[in-house]
Write a protein that binds this ligand. Structure first.
Ligand SMILES: [Zn+2]
Length: 339
């Protein structure tokens, strides 16, 4: 089968890989309906994370082609979506709703789902079947549920977005934009998207943003305070993962408010004294997407939300290298790879 391998930073190739097979009796194998490139794939692409002949991709949706002897919850032929972490969905951490930190979790990035087929560990806990075979136009939306939608959703939940709340969103990548969508669905009264790109501002408004702030850093914080009677937002979604974005998120939150942080942090260190006097709740980490999958699939299936519009470039899997280039150069927000 064909799959994406990152040889080194900036060097993405599509090559023949071994056809996945059942290894553990709890595994399933799926044929991907489509796959995609994540903003977090840019960290190794830019040399910020180690990469060496690494199979890429952790987002997936597709049809089950094979199941192990112990798999009971999905069957061959089911269309399924799963999280970017495989999880048993039965341990105490999973039961508490933190499946991405399951005691048996397997990062799907270690499997590499930018490929025609993928082995899914812990299939019973990981995969959620759709009510039937989806219309082709629903596939991009279902694929977002695997990571970017689920992550934006978790960020909004962690930030306690809801009725009567003002939510600010730091980061205008796919996760930030879908954080806007999630905040809207959760009933937020006012949603401030922080973005300086016209196309992303437009998408943020389409997803429910009521205000746009173009300033960044301290100027961005000052603007959020201006819009909130000097208090700061009740809820702030942090969807970048840098020192500047994390500080911006904490400083834009009013005392007693909540920050939901889901940008994978790189080189971030927080000042203890500033944190102490901020009086904000910080909650985040790798999103437990599995917790939200049944609800997200229902919303997509019933066409109540259309997160698939975050894909603004579609390429065949064979052209994955161009997809990475386009995202790296910010010519694309998120790239769909078709099979
Ligand atoms: Zn678990």
């Amino acid at each position: 089968m064909r799959g994406v391998i990152m040889y080194a930073p900036g060097d993405v190739r599509v090559e023949d890989r071994d056809q996945p097979a059942i290894v553990e009796p709890t595994d399933a194998v799926i044929r991907l309906a489509a796959t995609c490139i994540c903003g977090s794939d840019l960290w190794p692409y830019r040399g910020i994370e180690h990469v060496d002949h690494t199979p890429m991709g952790h987002e997936y949706a597709g049809v089950v082609t094979e199941i192990g002897a112990d798999v009971k919850n999905v069957k061959v032929g089911d269309f399924v979506v799963g999280s970017f972490f495989a999880s048993d969905n039965t341990c105490q951490i999973c039961e508490a709703g933190y499946q991405s930190r399951c005691v048996h979790s397997v990062p799907m990035g270690s499997i590499g789902t930018q490929a025609e087929y993928a082995r899914i560990p812990l299939a019973d806990g990981t995969l959620v079947a759709t009510p039937g075979e989806p219309d082709p136009e629903l596939i991009p939306a279902l694929l977002t549920a695997s990571d970017v939608l689920g992550t934006g959703w978790f960020a909004a939940v962690a930030a306690e977005a809801g009725p009567g709340k003002t939510v600010a969103v730091v980061g205008d990548g796919a996760v930030g934009l879908l954080g806007v969508l999630a905040a809207k669905q959760l009933g937020a009264e006012r949603i401030i998207a922080m973005s300086r790109h016209a196309d992303r501002q437009e998408l943020a408004r389409r997803f429910g943003a009521t205000d746009i702030v173009e300033e960044r850093g301290d100027a961005g914080v000052a603007r959020i305070k201006e819009l909130t009677d000097g208090l700061g937002a009740h809820s702030v979604i942090e969807a970048v993962g840098t020192q500047e974005s994390m500080e911006q998120a904490i400083r834009a939150t009013r005392p007693g408010g909540h920050v939901g942080y889901v940008g994978v942090t790189h080189g971030v260190s927080l000042d203890g004294m500033e944190l102490f006097f901020s009086g904000v709740h910080l909650h985040g980490g790798p999103a437990p997407v599995r917790r939200f999958l049944p609800e997200l699939i229902r919303l997509i299936w019933d066409r109540e939300i259309d997160p698939g519009v975050v894909f603004d470039l579609t390429l065949p899997l064979e052209d994955a290298a161009e997809g990475y280039r386009a995202m790296d150069e910010r010519r694309a927000t998120k790239v769909l790879l078709t099979l």
